[in-house]
Design a binder for this molecule. Structure first.
Ligand code: NI
Length: 261
């Protein structure tokens, strides 16, 4: 039987899917995708994610504000996220975090709203999904300071070291690898792919961004998560079916969902 994958991070609400969204979503299953998680990046995209989740049983949503847009955050937005998360298809808060590569919002503002949204996840007893670009130390520091029993979530498109991965795992987190693990020069993600404990591994596309080889630079789609799985399978010297199974098990465990097959 053909492998079915869970893509743990998609942005199917993105405008790059405006012209073919329905067709693409309708063909996900036949293209090897069992389920996807679509986080928001601000209030509008969080609403759009919930809209998609309401419409399709195999799409789940997370709601939250990306560090890029944290300068737009205020108490009303937080309240709106709280309301949206009452929807049963909302699995977590995200994506939230710090991005020191683009610095689209100033770092102090990013930190404030990262912290506030972690506290929202705590209040709602939901996992949270972390975006960390060139901010590994501060991300880990804030996560440690805000740690509580029951903390859990995903480090999405993980790009830091295996040593730090172990720290995040200790805090209750799962490590999700995406397209960069397939790039020839990506030594660190390949090392993480090799050494991360099997029961904490997830895979994702982050589509429409970060297409894996052989589609690097093109619009990414959930079906390409297969190339991420194949590369991890190659590195770990196991079958791709093992990666598909383990990452599904992990996803269902993290979000306390019932696995159907
Ligand atoms: Ni994303």
């Amino acid at each position: 039987m053909e492998n079915k994958f869970i893509d743990s991070h998609v942005h199917l609400d993105d405008e790059k899917f405006d012209h073919d969204r329905e067709a693409l979503i309708s063909s996900l299953y036949e293209n090897g995708i069992e389920l996807v998680l679509n986080p928001g990046s601000d209030l509008d995209t969080s609403k759009a994610a919930v809209g998609l989740a309401d419409k399709y049983p195999f799409i789940f949503a997370a709601v939250g504000c990306h560090p890029h847009d944290s300068r737009l955050m205020n108490d009303d937005t937080m309240e709106a996220f709280r309301k949206l998360s009452e929807n049963k298809k909302v699995l977590g808060i995200g994506e939230i975090g710090l991005d020191y590569y683009y610095d689209n919002s100033d770092r102090e503002t990013q930190k404030i709203w990262f912290r506030e949204q972690i506290r929202l996840a705590k209040e709602l007893d939901l996992p949270y999904i972390v975006h960390d670009r060139d901010a590994h130390e501060d991300v880990l520091k804030i996560m440690k300071e805000e740690h509580y029993s029951g903390t859990r979530g995903i480090l999405h498109c993980y790009s830091s070291s295996i040593e730090m991965a172990k720290e995040f795992i200790k805090l209750g987190f799962y490590i999700s690898l995406g397209g960069p693990v397939t790039f020839k020069k990506s030594k660190t993600p390949k090392q993480v792919a090799k050494e991360v404990p099997f029961d904490r591994l997830l895979i994702e596309t982050d589509c429409p961004y970060l297409a894996p080889e052989p589609f690097r630079g093109k619009r990414n789609e959930p079906k390409n998560v297969k190339f991420v799985a194949e590369e991890i399978a190659r590195i770990r010297e196991v079958g791709t079916d093992i990666i598909a199974e383990k990452t599904k098990e992990n996803f269902y465990r993290l979000f306390n969902l019932k696995q159907e097959n």
